[in-house]
Design a protein around this ligand. Structure first.
Ligand SMILES: *Cc1c(COP(=O)(O)O)cnc(C)c1O
Length: 397
């Protein structure tokens, strides 16, 4: 067995350099804790970037995977797959949706949504309806299509020409959105709460106003809930707290409690726009991942996880508010459920490194925003332990 230094040396030789990685070599996880190959333990307040909402290796997810793995790993989507059907039923029963297309990631779910809005709008309104309006500071994925949808120039640099048909407006500005609509517009795609963009909450009434505007102009509304869906904000889906329903929603990250999965959920009205042969995915909705998805969704709905998320979220918010009072470089604390951002007036990268050394995993987005994404099963004691580590780091600044 190699130690961390040996693994990192090997990684440097053959792993793509697409990530600036921290010097942590992960070995195993349980609940909110992660251990590296040297046996050091970390409190995980990143949770695989909102994937491990049920903590690491939740026993129900592990059991579902083990049982399904012994039964059937893969079969083509040319055939019907019971676990896929059951997961679709759960998702539709608990959302606005009627239909589910399964894929393997958030970017793929958004690709599916962009194909659907173009296809439906062409059929319903004619050739020139193809443009999608998204928000500045949004994040929708890393594929050639989703970097065009993402409202951040930096993700596109060097990959031009950019796929045409996207416009960006400031998140939260209904007037800018109205002004951006043209005869070519077919849809608006938003994260109900922006994750990568720095935990940006929608102003009160904004998403409702977006819904009304879409209805007025005959546009489809897509919510990208890849990061904030599946319980993260304290309700099963983030849109529920806004009193607004989209036409299409994309999910991925936490949907299967760890394993890779993506899903696009949509209304019956659009079902014929994606008929046989128009879209597909070899692995999408495979038995293994959808079995995990059933276990993850059932656990989320039945085991008090959402209640815990709301209660611990309130506690986390309270404790983070103390940091704002105590440290002049803390500009703002904002969030909902268990996604919180602490905006600093200084760079956050070193703070993250210091926390890692002391056994706390956090992340910093947009340079200055520390992001807290603990598993939704986190306890008060774990929050205290994490924030004591962070406090120790902040005190030395
Ligand atoms: C992570 C993320 C994606 C991309 O998901 P991948 O599985 O990495 O392709 C898309 N949208 C949002 C809001 C995300 O947070």
């Amino acid at each position: 067995m190699n130690n961390s230094a040996q693994w990192i040396e090997r990684a440097d030789r053959h792993i793509a350099r697409t990530y600036g990685r921290y010097p942590l070599v992960a070995a195993r996880g349980k609940g909110c804790r992660l251990w590296d190959v040297d046996g050091k333990s970390y409190l995980d307040f990143l949770a695989g970037v909102a994937v491990n909402n049920l903590g690491h290796c939740h026993p129900k997810v592990v059991k579902a995977l083990q049982e399904q793995a012994a039964q059937l790993l893969h079969v083509s989507n040319y055939f019907h797959i019971p676990a896929q059907i059951e997961l679709a039923e759960i998702l539709c029963r608990h959302s606005f949706g009627d239909r589910v297309f399964f894929c393997n990631s958030g970017a793929e779910a958004n690709e599916a949504a962009m194909k659907l809005v173009r296809k439906y709008s062409r059929e319903a309104h004619g050739e020139n309806r193809f443009e999608v309006i998204t928000a500045l500071a949004s994040f929708h994925g890393r594929t050639i299509g989703t970097i065009a949808a993402t409202g951040q120039d930096k993700v596109r640099v060097g990959f031009e020409p950019v796929v045409p048909g996207f416009k960006y407006v400031p998140f939260g500005d209904i007037h800018a959105l109205r002004a951006a609509i043209s005869p070519n517009t077919c849809a608006v795609m938003l994260e109900p709460v922006q994750g990568e963009g720095g935990v940006n909450l929608p102003p009160a009434g904004y998403l409702q106003a977006v819904r009304e505007l879409c209805d007025e102009k005959g546009l489809l509304l897509v919510f990208d809930e890849v990061q904030v869906g599946c319980g993260r904000t304290g309700s099963l889906f983030a849109y529920e707290q806004e009193g607004v329903e989209p036409d299409i929603m994309t999910l991925a990250k936490a949907l299967a409690g760890g394993p890779p999965i993506g899903a696009m959920i949509y209304r019956e009205k659009f079902v014929d726009s994606l008929g046989p042969g128009t879209h597909g995915s070899t692995f999408g909705g495979n038995p293994l991942m959808t079995a995990a998805g059933i276990a993850a969704m059932t656990t989320l709905l039945e085991d008090g996880v959402l209640d815990n998320c709301r209660a611990m979220g309130a506690y986390l918010a309270e404790r983070l508010a103390e940091f704002k009072k105590r440290y002049a470089f803390v500009v703002e604390v904002r969030g909902r459920g268990l996604i919180y951002g602490m905006e600093l007036s200084i760079e956050g990268g070193d703070i993250v490194k210091q926390c890692l050394e002391r056994g706390l995993l956090l992340n910093c987005t947009m340079g200055k925003i520390l992001r807290f994404l603990p598993p939704l099963i986190v306890t008060r004691e774990e929050i205290d332990e994490a924030l004591d580590i962070l406090d120790g780091v902040l005190r030395e600044i």
